[in-house]
Design a protein around this ligand. Sequence first.
Ligand SMILES: C[S@@+](CC[C@H](N)C(=O)[O-])C[C@H]1O[C@@H](n2cnc3c(N)ncnc32)[C@H](O)[C@@H]1O
Length: 254
Amino acid sequence: MSGSLSVIGLGPGCASQLTPQATLALQSAQVLFGYGPYLDRVPVRAGQLRLGSDNRQEIDRARLALAQAAAGAQVAVVSGGDPGVFAMAAAVCEAIEHGPAAWRELDITIVPGITSMLAVAARVGAPLGHDFCALSLSDNLKPWAVVERRLEAAATAGFVIALYNPISRARPWQLDRAFDLLRAHLPPDTLVIFGRAVTRDDENVQVTTLTLAQGSAADMATCVIIGSAETRSIARENRSALVYTPRSMGESST
Ligand SMILES: C[S@@+](CC[C@H](N)C(=O)[O-])C[C@H]1O[C@@H](n2cnc3c(N)ncnc32)[C@H](O)[C@@H]1O
C-alpha cells in the first residue's frame, strides 16, 4: 500500500465534538504525530505508533510525518480544533511546497474539526452571527506592527474579532495592548468574551465589556471574541445572558 497523510482536527477538546470522519481517520492511521497534549486526547490503539513533540516544532513535525508517509506508512498528524486554522495543515502545505518532489505525489487528506471560536461562540449565543474575522495575536510568525494594523482595520470595518493565541509567557503584554488599541475605535460597552478551555473539564467562560477587559483574564487556552458595535446581550432570569450579533445591520438595540 502506498503511504498517505491525514491532518486531523480534534475539535476544541471534548470527545463529543470530534467528528465521525476524524474518528475513522484516527483509527486507520499507523503512525500518529502531534503536540503531546493533543495526542493524549486520542484513544490508544494497539500497534499504532505515537510520536509527540513540542508545540513550537510544527514544521519539523510536518517534515517527519511527510517522510514517514513517503516511506509507505499511513500517517496522521493531529491538531486541536480545525487543522487549517492557525495549525498543522498549513505547516504540512509549507513543508510540501519546499520539500522533495515525491511529497507532492502523496495522498493528503485534511479532516476538518470544530475550531475554538465556534465552540466559544456556541457557549454564549451567536456573537459570530454577522461578519467576523479571526486573527492570531501571536507575533512569532508576523511582525507586531502587522497585528496592530489588522486589528485596527477589523475594528474600523465593523467586524466581530476572534483572537487566537492571545497571550503566553513569552508574549505577556500583547493582549492588553490590543484592548487599548481597540478602545480607540469601539464603544466602551462593546462585549468581550473570554472562552477558556471550552468543552474541557477546566472550561471557564466570561463575558465583560471592552472597558473592563484585561489581558490577565486570558491564557494560552483562551479564545477571545470582541464584539462589534452591533453585538448585544439578552438578559434572562435564572439563565446566563445570550450574546449575539444580529444578522442584519442597523437593527435597533432598544
Ligand atoms: C495554535 S492555535 C490552534 C487553533 C486550533 N487549530 C483551532 O482551530 O481552534 C491555539 C489557540 O487556539 C485557541 N484554543 C484552542 N483550544 C481552545 C479551547 N478549547 N477553548 C478556547 N480556545 C482554544 C486558543 O486561542 C489557543 O491559544
